[in-house]
Design a protein around this ligand. Structure first.
Ligand code: FAD
Length: 335
């Protein structure tokens, strides 16, 4: 069905709520935070869209995180994620309730789901947005994302069709604050899903063995760059990270050199982090690296080149050889 009709019919901001085995995923809380701002700017409601089986109980939490309404569709066929099942139910809900904006986390599930929905409801989708704003006059969502290998930022708009759909990578937006006791409306939607709508059957979900580190969750990150000069340099980085109770991050140059596993990489093609403290050691501050860490609360850079770009992003800069500066910091912590 083509939703070209009157754009004014489309109202409210929707966030697809991703839950796995009944556990709310952080990206959905981040999108509720961002969605709240957009809904307030547009003067509309923020709605969570929750699918699954026995998931109704999560609605209260979603309302406390800022949703005004939660649409809940429950069915045994929705217990485990399937492309067909979820895309069918959400597309039908969009056709019925006509949201103006739909936000989806760019997780494995979100990356699979969002394009199917946008194709079914015949609208545009902007993937991997890093910034969302609204042009209040035209009610257009300004969807900004890196383009041309991260060398420029493109702002993409969906002018003719509704809803306007975006995916956003986990960790990019700030989590919504939870307000205990906040009230809202829960709308139970009949999924009208038949077995024949779902062409795949998920027999079992087996969690992959945990690989690498989850630096996205870290409060403190000490990150090393090519300035380390060798893989062994990461022993010093780890020593400082351990002293501070933090995790080890890295620039892509180190990953490409095989000095450290990709799970540590921060940046456009790595992870987006926003710790309380980010210490960049021997990292030049290329745009692709900064894209993944510039929202950290406090950024400290150690670099021997006083002209290094990283000093433009850092709150505190130390010009010096990291092999002298880091041991001095460790000594200071120990003393
Ligand atoms: P360099 O740029 O070589 O900088 C090393 C720094 O160390 C220099 O500033 C130098 O002054 C300093 N230094 C040297 N020795 C010392 C010492 N003894 N003490 C103190 N300082 C010292 N990069 C990422 O990090 N993450 C990404 O996700 C990413 N994605 C990319 C995607 C694309 C499409 C492209 C094209 C590039 C991407 N890059 C990414 C690569 C990025 O452009 C840079 O090449 C990379 O970030 C550089 O890493 P670096 O800062 O460690 O190394």
């Amino acid at each position: 069905m083509r939703l070209t009709g009157n754009k004014d019919e489309f109202k409210n901001v929707w966030v697809f709520i991703e839950q796995r085995q009944g556990v709310l995923q952080n990206v959905s809380i981040e999108l509720l935070g961002e969605g709240r701002k957009i809904a307030d700017t547009l003067g509309v409601e923020l709605c969570g869209v929750l699918l699954g089986n026995n998931v109704l109980k999560l609605s209260k939490e979603l309302i406390e995180y800022g949703a005004d309404k939660v649409y809940v569709a429950e069915d045994i066929l929705l217990e485990k994620y399937t492309t067909d099942g979820y895309a069918t139910v959400i597309s039908n809900m969009i056709n019925e309730f006509k949201p103006e904006i739909v936000l989806v986390g760019a997780t494995n599930i979100g990356r699979d789901l969002a394009p199917r929905i946008s194709a079914r409801v015949d609208t545009g989708l902007t993937a991997d947005c890093t910034q969302l704003e609204v042009d209040i006059e035209t009610r257009t969502l300004l969807q900004t994302r890196p383009a041309f290998g991260g060398n420029l930022m493109a702002t993409i708009v969906t002018t003719e069709f509704r809803p306007q759909m975006s995916t956003v990578r986990p960790g990019v937006m700030k989590k919504a604050d939870r307000q205990a006791g906040r009230t809202g409306e829960v709308i139970v939607v009949e999924p009208k899903l038949m077995k024949e709508h779902v062409r795949t059957e998920v027999i079992e979900v087996i969690k992959a063995a945990k690989k690498g580190v989850a630096i996205e969750e870290a409060d403190i990150i000490v990150a090393g760059g090519r300035g380390l000069g060798k893989a062994e340099g990461f022993e010093l980085i780890k020593k400082l990270a351990d002293k501070l109770g933090g995790e080890v991050g890295a620039s892509r140059a180190c990953v490409d050199n095989g000095w450290i596993d990709q799970s540590h990489q921060v940046g456009q093609t790595g992870k987006t982090v926003r710790p309380r403290i980010y210490i960049a050691c021997g990292i030049s501050g290329a745009i692709q690296h900064v894209a993944g860490m510039h929202d950290s609360d406090v950024i400290i850079a150690i670099n021997k080149n006083p002209e290094a770009l990283i000093f433009k992003t850092a709150h505190y800069g130390i010009v010096g050889d990291l092999y002298k500066v880091i041991p001095a910091i460790i000594d200071e912590i120990d003393s």
